[in-house]
Design a protein around this ligand. Structure first.
Ligand SMILES: *Cc1c(COP(=O)(O)O)cnc(C)c1O
Length: 360
């Protein structure tokens, strides 16, 4: 029996995708082998790769003047690749909105002239900045934003319009909200939160930006090389690409990004309602208008209550609810493939636990 998986990443995946992959594991499409055993130059794999690329474009609504790249590793390699490819000698601004925004800034500062355009660390990363608080310096090449901070549980409701192109890390809400392509030069994210097993990032990059890639970088770090080769310049991460194709086909059939966005809001709403109606039994530290739809963080009054809450959850096959080691507390991640039934089951358990323990 499957668990209710509230883990922050890697994520739960649709059961029917896993079943289909299982059925194809010994013999994919009559090839007599699985997708992960075949040549990445074979016709069979080529069709898988092309179909995942096609679905990535249609589901995301990505315009034709953007390239779509599948780059190994995950979001963190992009922390370095982006400034190496885009910044040159120009200043680049970063919103330090949480652990990930800070990580992106720190890596950029090693290879480029990066500065914090806003820093929420002194406030404990409980909110995103208002547009008027973002300070953009002259000649800034781009502003880097983290649209959903996975650890702090905060989300940016509007992508800021600050007069310079945006670069967005959308890892933890990837394709679960529409993207204002006009504002962006580059959008990226690791696929292991909403879309696929770990092992790669999807990078959307404006083609005129791809064309300005510095030729002084090693090949794998160059966006134009990935674009020119359709992400087949070396052995691609075939397993995540294969599974992501199946996940995207389900997202498309289920109503696409808009439907996912609405479902995420509903699932998160179930948990926030319990928190808000608990009379302080559960607390969420985030500014109400910045509450994440993907990662709901909350604390209970004492560590003892918290550990009893977590073990009771495990008895009910609800796993992955412990908060990030850097902040403690609890966190329910409600990624794309987590069902509304799972979110409702957690909400019911939270109500029951609060009722049983209110006076202890
Ligand atoms: C998980 C996460 C990352 C790190 O992704 P990896 O693919 O593990 O490198 C970066 N940014 C955000 C917002 C994340 O949620």
């Amino acid at each position: 029996m499957r668990v209710h998986n509230f883990g922050a990443g890697p994520c739960t995946l649709p059961a029917d995708v896993l079943e289909e992959a299982r059925d194809e594991m010994l013999d994919f499409a009559g090839a007599g082998m699985s997708v992960v055993e075949m040549s990445h130059r074979s016709d069979e794999y080529d069709a898988v790769h092309a179909e995942t690329l096609r679905l990535t474009r249609t589901v995301s609504g990505c315009p034709d003047d953007f390239d779509i790249l599948f780059v190994q590793v995950g979001a963190m390699l992009q922390f370095g690749m982006i400034p190496m490819n885009l910044a040159g000698a120009d200043p680049v601004g970063y919103l330090v909105t949480g652990a990930w925004g800070k990580g992106a800034f720190e890596d950029a500062a090693l290879v480029a002239n990066a500065y914090p355009a806003w820093d929420g660390s002194s406030e404990g990363f409980r909110r995103m900045p208002d547009p008027g608080e973002i300070e953009i310096r002259d000649a800034t090449r781009y502003l880097h934003i983290t649209t959903n901070e996975t650890i702090g549980g905060i989300r940016m409701v509007e992508f800021p319009d600050v007069g310079v192109p945006l670069v967005g890390d959308m890892s933890s809400e990837y394709l679960a909200r529409p993207i204002d392509w006009d504002r962006y030069d580059l959008v990226y994210g690791g696929v292991q939160k909403n879309l696929a097993p770990a092992g790669m990032a999807v990078v959307f990059i404006r083609r005129e930006v791809t064309e300005r890639t510095p030729q002084t970088l090693p090949k794998y770090l160059r966006y134009d090389w990935h674009a020119k080769t359709d992400s087949l310049g070396n052995t691609p991460p075939m397993f995540p690409i294969y599974i992501m194709g199946k996940v995207l086909a389900r997202i498309e059939a289920g109503g696409g990004v808009e439907a996912l966005e609405a479902a995420s809001a509903r699932k998160a709403g179930l948990i926030y309602d319990v928190i808000d109606e608990s009379g302080g039994f559960y607390t969420n530290p985030v500014a109400p208008d910045c509450r994440s739809h993907m990662n709901v963080v909350f604390t209970l009054g004492t560590l003892d209550l918290e550990s009893r809450f977590l073990s009771g959850a495990e008895e009910r096959r609800m796993i992955g609810l412990k908060g990030h080691r850097s902040v403690g507390g609890c966190r329910a991640s409600l990624y794309a493939a987590l069902s509304e039934e799972s979110a409702a089951a957690l909400a019911a358990y939270m109500r029951e636990f609060a009722a049983d323990n209110r006076d202890s």
